[in-house]
Write a protein that binds this ligand. Structure first.
Ligand SMILES: [Zn+2]
Ligand SMILES: [Zn+2]
Length: 326
């Protein structure tokens, strides 16, 4: 049974919707490019749009982190950033819409950007639904009671239709959810934060967001090294450019180059970078991707020259609604 991973939110720290002026500038640019292109017919519009890069055609997305992992009838959600709102609407088409749903949400940590969507996740208001919440951290129930508390939110915790059930995860101890096995490993982020390794039918997806990745070598990673080993798909924190990680040391986020170094060394097959800075325009994210591309090519060349092993990696910067099948 394949494992499907979908990105419902790839922005970090704070939702960052596109503003009207940016949309209008983009529309004008697209129309000018179309007029100057070899295409002229309505029927060719999709073909033309496919030639445009993400930052010209649309956007990387403004919702904060939420990722779904599915295999067969088993679905796990990672984090409740603003991206979980649309996932909630999607779930209403199934048992959740009838008050017969069981939802499983794993939390990496409880910074606002990973929690902010939960009060807008409609299944929590429907009586009969059960929302299972999983985390390594203690005190999760009090986090949720605070989230649904006046004056922060008009619906109090006791008034919610769904029932919340809290589950404690143990560090580096696998848990089975039907076909899916999940193991939490620690990331390098304040308060703290845990990444998850999902395994299903011999395929592996590792979610490594949020992390500054201050531990890079195998020795430094120690007990958390397996998070990066034998991985088919890895989501990794790329909030900053390499220069910005120096300026923003201890802010808890990484640059794509760090993820690429680990992926090349450990043989990760595909990497998708996310948790884009809310202060970054789509153009800036695209420029960071280009910079990372140069870094990646340089690292491969250097490794070859030195006779060292560095595996080629398929990678890209993540965009909201991207879906991967493993
Ligand atoms: Zn975050
Ligand atoms: Zn965080």
């Amino acid at each position: 049974m394949p494992m499907r991973v979908r990105l419902w939110g790839v922005r970090g720290s704070l939702p960052a919707p596109m503003i009207p002026a940016v949309i209008e500038t983009r529309e004008r640019e697209i129309l000018e490019l179309f007029i100057d292109s070899k295409y002229s017919k309505k029927a060719e519009l999709s073909k033309f749009l496919d030639t445009l890069p993400v930052h010209t055609r649309g956007t990387f997305g403004g919702n904060t982190p939420c990722v779904s992992v599915e295999s067969g009838n088993n679905q796990l959600i990672v984090d409740g950033g603003s991206g979980i709102r649309r996932l909630g609407y999607d779930l209403l088409r199934g048992p959740c819409g009838k008050g017969a749903g069981e939802v499983h949400i794993l939390f990496t940590h409880f910074h606002w950007d990973h929690l902010i969507g939960v009060p807008f996740f409609v299944p929590v208001f429907i009586p009969g639904n059960v929302i299972h919440v999983y985390a390594v951290q203690d005190g999760v129930e009090s986090v949720f009671r605070t989230l649904f508390k006046k004056p922060f939110f008009p619906v109090e915790y006791e008034m919610l239709g769904a029932r919340f059930v809290y589950h404690k995860l143990e560090p580096r101890k696998p848990v089975k959810f039907g076909l899916l096995t999940v193991t939490p490993y620690q990331l390098d982020h304040p308060d703290p934060c845990w990444g998850f390794k999902f395994e299903c039918g011999g395929k592996v997806f590792s979610h490594c967001v949020d992390t500054e990745c201050t531990r890079v070598t195998r020795d430094q990673l120690g007990l958390d090294l397996p998070l990066y080993q034998g991985v088919d798909l890895m989501t990794f924190d790329a909030q900053y450019t390499l220069m910005e990680t120096i300026e923003k040391m201890n802010w808890g986020h990484a640059a794509a180059s760090l993820g690429l170094d680990i992926a090349m060394r450990e043989g990760v097959k595909k990497v998708v970078f996310m948790h884009h800075d809310p202060a970054s325009s789509d153009e800036k994210i695209a420029a960071a991707e280009l910079q990372a591309r140069q870094y990646y090519k340089g690292q491969l060349k250097n490794a070859k020259r030195a006779g060292l092993q560095a595996q080629e990696v398929d990678w890209c910067f993540g965009k909201e609604d991207m879906e991967f099948e493993l």
